[in-house]
Ligand binder design. Structure first.
Ligand code: SF4
Length: 245
């Protein structure tokens, strides 16, 4: 049984093609810019329990869209690898029906959890919060050691990776921050692309509704010029495609 926050049956921004995205409940991080703080608590009464069979019935409805677009299923969150056994069960069922599988994850989990899902995962949409562990701690509440180790582990097992990195003023937007990111990613042969994600405040109202203290009200999203400049830094260091949206 999986604890599910929500399901989006027609996403075009969570991996290749048209995808069914299943958001799992629970996350060990407390990112300052999180736009889904309602996924944090594993015990949230707003979440619902589904079996893998329940979800496969929903997923199968979109098979024609997957086939036409090169899409599939993405498991997101929250942090989906907190429910690694369930993800493994669901992805095993997907792959048995030739449905492509992706995990959108922070990788701030033990490698044991990652090992559960790796054999049945076609693509990792993997966050890097910050290359500096102290700055990672400031952004998320945890240092980045597990994140970096797990990225190397996936890379060593030749599984496809798309990197995601949020650009937020004063937290992760220094050119030196992005330079360190690029030099690290350059060492990972399995990384296919890098997505730089401009900070936005669209989830701030959820913090207010949950009675949480949103500390970034004063921060402005990066300009297009800044995003272009940072993307250019990454491109100058690694030959991997860099996108921002
Ligand atoms: S890892 Fe994702 S869901 Fe968890 S706190 Fe950070 S942004 Fe939010």
């Amino acid at each position: 049984m999986g604890r599910i926050h929500s399901i989006d049956t027609f996403s075009t921004v969570d991996g290749p093609g048209i995808r069914t995205v299943i958001f799992l409940q629970g996350c060990p991080l407390r990112c300052q810019y999180c736009h889904n703080p309602d996924t944090w608590s594993a015990a949230s009464k707003a979440a619902h329990d589904y079996t893998a069979n329940d979800l496969m019935k929903i997923i199968r409805r979109s098979i024609p869209y997957f086939q036409a677009s090169g899409g599939g299923v993405t498991i997101s969150g929250g942090e989906p690898l907190l429910q690694a056994e369930f993800v493994k069960e669901l992805f095993t069922a997907c792959q048995a029906e030739q449905i492509s599988t992706a995990v959108d994850t922070s990788l701030y989990v033990t490698t044991t959890r990652l090992q559960e899902v790796l054999p049945v995962t076609d693509l990792f949409l993997a966050d890097i919060k910050h290359m500096d562990s102290e700055k990672s701690l400031a952004i998320t509440g945890l240092g980045n050691q597990m994140n970096i180790e797990n990225l190397r582990y996936i890379n060593d097992h030749q599984t496809r990776i798309w990197i995601r990195y949020v650009i937020a003023a004063g937290l992760s937007d220094d050119p030196e921050d992005v330079t360190a990111l690029a030099y690290f990613v350059k060492t990972l042969d399995s990384v296919e692309r890098i997505d730089l994600l401009p900070y936005h405040a669209l989830g701030a109202h959820k913090w207010d509704l949950l009675g949480l203290d949103y500390k970034l009200h004063e921060i402005q999203p990066p300009s297009a010029q800044q995003m272009n400049d940072l993307a250019q830094i990454v491109r100058s260091i690694t030959d991997k495609p860099v996108y921002w949206q």
